[in-house]
Design a protein around this ligand. Structure first.
Ligand SMILES: CCCCCCCC/C=C\CCCCCCCC(=O)N[C@@H](COP(=O)(O)O)[C@H](O)/C=C/CCCCCCCCCCCCC
Length: 212
């Protein structure tokens, strides 16, 4: 039962566990966090399956690295960037020799994490009667939409219209009444923001923010 399986707490704990004392972003909890988000997405209906398929494909790319002979080079985002850059394993101009590098794959998820951060912030601070679809569209338009072609933007906007009300949405997080879900989001936001900021800085320092 996927609905029963999803628990916001599990996702949030994963993002908390992503950061070690050296402020590195650890790959395994990062992947676990994304898997939890996909589980949540799957519960929102089949209209969202084109989105979850894309996330799953990206998770699988990263899992393959983590179970390969090179797995130690993928233990953290920092190790991955160092390894792929040092060994010229990233297509910087055009997707060709290394179409599915770890860096370009994580960059896609990283951009989506920015959307999540904006969306959860909106959800957390909005009034009870606020429409989830509006929060979702606004946060999408200021983040991910900048990287998506027209057709995807349209499909995404249609899917957003099917989202339940704010309170029903918060209840699907399986942590009790909406107020408790908001409380948990208050606790979790700093970790998600930190993971986002550290990754952003890492990719910025290596000029990896525009990978094809
Ligand atoms: C804490 C729990 C509460 C909130 C739960 C939200 C659950 C969200 C789960 C997943 C978020 C979606 C992540 C989307 C990743 C998209 C990555 C991407 O940009 N991919 C495109 C580029 O990849 P390449 O082609 O270059 O390999 C790809 O083309 C896009 C494909 C599909 C469309 C993606 C649309 C993203 C919309 C994000 C909003 C999700 C809506 C969730 C509703 C609450």
């Amino acid at each position: 039962d996927e609905q029963a399986d999803f628990n916001l707490k599990v996702v949030l704990i994963s993002f908390k566990q992503c950061l070690n004392e050296k402020e590195e972003v650890l790959m395994d909890p990062y992947i676990t966090g994304w898997k939890g988000l996909v589980r949540f997405l799957n519960n929102l209906g089949t209209i969202f399956s084109f989105i979850s398929k894309d996330v799953i494909a990206k998770i699988q790319i990263m899992e393959r690295f983590r179970s390969s002979d090179q797995k130690d080079h993928y233990s953290s985002l920092q190790a991955m960037v160092q390894y792929e850059m040092d060994n010229k394993l990233v297509d910087l101009q055009k997707r060709s020799e290394h179409p599915d590098s770890g860096c370009r794959t994580i960059l896609r998820l990283h951009r989506a994490l920015h959307w999540l951060q904006m969306f959860l912030e909106g959800l957390r601070t909005s009034q009870e009667d606020c429409k989830t679809s509006v929060l979702c569209t606004d946060s999408y338009n200021t983040t991910l939409a900048n990287y998506h072609p027209w057709l995807i933007r349209k499909a995404v906007t249609v899917a957003f219209c099917t989202l339940p009300s704010r309170n029903a949405f918060l209840e699907t997080m399986n942590v009790g009444p909406p107020e408790e879900a908001v409380e948990m989001l208050n606790e979790a936001m700093p970790f998600i923001c930190q993971v986002y900021q550290i990754t952003q800085k890492l990719f910025e320092e290596h000029s990896l923010l525009d990978l094809p």
